[in-house]
Design a protein around this ligand. Structure first.
Ligand SMILES: Nc1nc2c(ncn2[C@@H]2O[C@H](COP(=O)(O)OP(=O)(O)OP(=O)(O)O)[C@@H](O)[C@H]2O)c(=O)[nH]1
Ligand SMILES: [Mg+2]
Length: 303
């Protein structure tokens, strides 16, 4: 008995919390806010996240692994089907689910669909009513009530991933849901993504910030080479894949202006990430129907 309680005193909590929610509600922004580092790219376009990304937040005696996931939607092609299957697998394996909704937009059919999926989940569900910074009091109060009426969550927290308001209370509660156990990741590690995928995502983020309509969904980025000729320099070759010649034209832009501005912004983001100077060589290649090419999706790590 005495031995057991002394073992407990030194014990740690750790586990996995999966993020669920419609596209664009701020799941990735919230994961970044909780981790305190950029582990997932963010954009104002829906369907930004394509892979399950583990973001790691570590405290003195706890480790919270957030599984950022694609927004839940109706499956359409091989890409979105893979994304949805991944969401279901990750939810089944997690210790809890953080269901994110939009305070200003309120609870709609898409949120009810997800609540239906989660009502049979064998793990505790917590709702974050996000974006309270862009919602007024009355709207936020109405969304909090509508979230309660979904009758799927044990706890509901108002939060702003953008300002950080409400995030500490949410983290405290999520930590309380974790089972006792050793850390899964080294204390300094923030993400499970391979370096090449993280760098490709930083390029894609700059494409998403500059394109509209169908283009953001048609773009994927692949890193073809990473060389480090000197300690303070990386040379990176990246290819932006698109599906049609007209998308290629849009990405190159008049006089090559568009690809140039994507390249400059992506190079800066990559320099911050790697902490060295970077030479980034970007090219744009048409790869028809990449979203239905199972072998390419495998190679891109979308599984
Ligand atoms: N005002 C405000 N905007 C936010 C907040 N959190 C996220 N956003 C914005 O909402 C948009 C979508 O954010 P993401 O984090 O990419 O959303 P997501 O849920 O991960 O989207 P998918 O990956 O497409 O499912 C971006 O423009 C964010 O800057 C917030 O707390 N307040
Ligand atoms: Mg996302």
């Amino acid at each position: 008995m005495g031995a057991m309680s002394s073992a407990r005193r030194g014990s740690t909590r750790s586990g996995f919390i999966a993020l669920a929610g419609r596209p664009n509600v701020g799941k990735s922004t919230l994961a970044n806010a909780i981790v305190g580092a950029k582990v997932a790219i963010v954009s104002d376009k829906p369907q930004t996240t394509r892979r399950a990304i583990r973001g790691v937040a570590t405290g003195p005696d706890w480790q919270l692994v957030l599984v950022d996931l694609p927004g839940v939607q109706r499956p359409r092609d091989a890409l979105t089907e893979r994304m949805q299957r991944r969401v279901e697998r990750e939810l089944a394996d997690a210790d809890g689910c953080l269901f994110v909704v939009n305070a200003e937009q309120g609870i709609g059919p898409g949120d009810r669909f997800i609540a239906g999926l989660l009502s049979s989940a064998p793990v505790p569900v917590v709702i974050a009513v996000n974006k309270v910074d862009s919602s007024d009091r009355a709207r936020t109060a109405a969304t909090l009530q509508a979230a309660t009426d979904l009758d799927v969550a044990d706890e509901i927290f108002p939060a702003s991933a953008r300002t950080g308001a409400g995030v500490p209370a949410l983290v405290d509660h999520l930590v309380s849901l974790l089972p006792e156990g050793p850390f899964y990741f080294a204390a300094g590690q923030r993400s499970d993504q391979p370096e090449a995928v993280m760098l490709a995502e930083l390029v894609r983020e700059q494409v998403l910030a500059r394109t509209r309509e169908e283009v953001p969904h048609a773009v994927e980025v692949e890193i073809e080479a990473i060389h480090q000729p000197r300690a303070d320099l990386h040379r990176i070759e990246a290819v932006v894949l698109v599906e049609t010649d007209s998308q290629k034209g849009i990405l190159i832009g008049a006089g090559g202006q568009m690809i140039k501005s994507i390249g400059i912004a992506a190079r800066r983001a990559i320099e911050r990430e790697l902490g060295t100077r970077v030479h980034l060589e970007l090219s744009v290649r048409v790869r028809r129907h990449w979203r239905t090419d199972e072998r390419l999706l495998d190679r891109l790590g979308i599984e």
